[in-house]
Design a protein around this ligand. Structure first.
Ligand SMILES: [Zn+2]
Length: 141
């Protein structure tokens, strides 16, 4: 039986700004998909995600300074997209080479891989220049 359920957990991450000292927080949503009865396993997986480094890009809501790790996460997500772009470009080149060897050109796959390369390159530029910043709010009290 493939009765899957999505288990999720929202964790409030607390931060303190290194520049202006403001204390703020943001919500980090963790989720995992598992067979419905594997509640304990889902709990373990969510705890593992919680313990792992967050990939969120966080800025101080008061002065706009990036939290430590934000720049690294930004470069990581840019690198990831660039990697996918290179992978797609390689796949499309591979198909062209294959066509040269076998005389059979899988033009649809080559086109899809080529478009994928362009798409991921675009996403890499967006990740670098316009990173998705996590919504932060000042901590009350
Ligand atoms: Zn600040």
């Amino acid at each position: 039986m493939s009765d899957k359920a999505t288990f999720s957990r929202t964790v409030t991450q607390k931060c303190a700004c290194a520049r202006c000292g403001a204390r703020y927080e943001y919500d980090r949503v963790l989720s995992t998909e598992r067979p419905r009865h594997e509640v304990a396993e889902a709990d373990v997986e969510l705890a593992r995600q919680q313990a792992a480094d967050d990939m969120a890009i966080v800025r101080c809501p008061r002065c706009g300074k990036y939290a430590p790790g934000a720049i690294r996460n930004r470069l990581l997500s840019t690198g990831m997209m660039l990697g996918l772009a290179v992978l797609c470009a390689a796949a499309s080149l591979g198909l062209i080479v294959l066509a040269g060897m076998t005389g059979r050109f899988f033009w649809f796959l080559a086109l899809a891989a080529g478009l994928g390369a362009a798409w991921f390159a675009l996403l890499a530029v967006i990740a670098l220049l316009m990173p998705t910043t996590a919504k932060t709010r000042p901590t009350l009290g």
